[in-house]
Design a binder for this molecule. Structure first.
Ligand code: BGC
Length: 285
């Protein structure tokens, strides 16, 4: 493999932590908590793909920790009733939140109910089956894209930017996640970036795609001045329309590509993260 080629197959090219992939159980469960829906699925960790359909429940209103925990329980029950569910004695469950999550504690609430702040999800979800780990939604998507999707095999620094109600960012270097980058909250052209760059902001302003592409170009060039990367992966539902706006995202140092896991990236990344956390805890016990 020539040294300049940073698209080598994942297992050989990625650093030591990613080799843990070989020792993971075949399947795990991922659950993605969003503003309108909570979606879960069984994930094949070898392929980074869903096994069977995902199961979606509308996000309760108000989306308090207790109400959301109830829905997570319902989703888990449904997924575990399936023939291809992971065995309960080696069950890892990853749950994402659109918030900063450190050591399973939620520390921000930009687009979720304020009652999440300081919520310890290990306590909140303690009665549910499996080893549960929680993380930021964009981090889960970024991890999935770099391990299985648009950034597969890259050893350099990759930033996934999810464009939805807010703007999430995930920084992954050599296959290892640096969590909670939150660059959607950077100051950008005098405002908090996500108020101008999110897919919701485009819809609110009924902005034509070329103009939106130009906003994204300016935002990413601002980001890369602060955190240079080799590749930006553009995710979130709007990435399905990437042909309409990515052609206007030009002149950046980094390569800019659409996400390939799109709607399932959060579920897949959450499942992988949880399985790795469980394996790491096992190895250290
Ligand atoms: C939140 C992030 C989240 C992003 C995407 C932002 O408003 O601060 O934590 O990743 O939205 O949901």
């Amino acid at each position: 493999m020539p040294e300049s080629d940073n698209r080598a197959p994942a297992a050989e090219a990625l650093g030591p932590r990613s080799r843990i992939l070989d020792n993971l159980p075949k399947r795990a469960i991922g659950i993605d908590v969003g503003g309108t829906g909570i979606k879960g699925g069984i994930v094949n960790l070898r392929k980074g793909k869903l096994v069977g359909d995902r199961f979606r429940v509308p996000t309760p209103k108000p989306a308090t920790p207790e109400a959301v925990a109830g829905v997570i329980g319902t989703i888990l029950e449904e997924l575990l009733s399936r023939a291809k569910a992971p065995a309960e004695d080696q069950l890892a469950v990853g749950v994402t939140f659109p918030a900063i999550v450190i050591d399973n504690v939620v520390l921000s609430a930009a687009n979720i109910d304020d009652s999440w702040i300081e919520c310890d999800t290990s306590e909140l979800l303690a009665d549910l089956p499996g080893r549960i780990s929680t993380l930021n939604d964009a981090d889960a998507a970024g991890l999935a894209e770099v391990r299985y999707g648009a950034g597969a095999g890259r050893t350099d620094t990759v930033m996934t930017v999810t464009l939805g109600t807010g703007v999430g960012t995930a920084l992954v270097h050599d296959g290892v996640l640096v969590p909670n980058s939150e660059l959607g909250h950077l100051e950008f052209e005098g405002v908090v970036a996500e108020t101008k760059v999110s897919a919701a902001a485009r819809e609110r302003a009924d902005q034509p795609w070329p103009e939106y592409g130009d906003v994204l170009r300016r935002y990413l060039s601002h980001v890369e001045r602060i955190q240079p990367v080799g590749q930006f992966i553009i995710g979130g539902g709007v990435s399905k329309r990437s042909d309409d706006f990515l052609p206007y995202v030009t002149g950046l140092r980094a390569e800019v590509v659409p996400a390939t896991l799109v709607n399932n990236a959060g579920i897949v990344g959450a499942a992988l993260y949880a399985a790795e956390q469980a394996a790491a805890a096992e190895a250290n016990s």
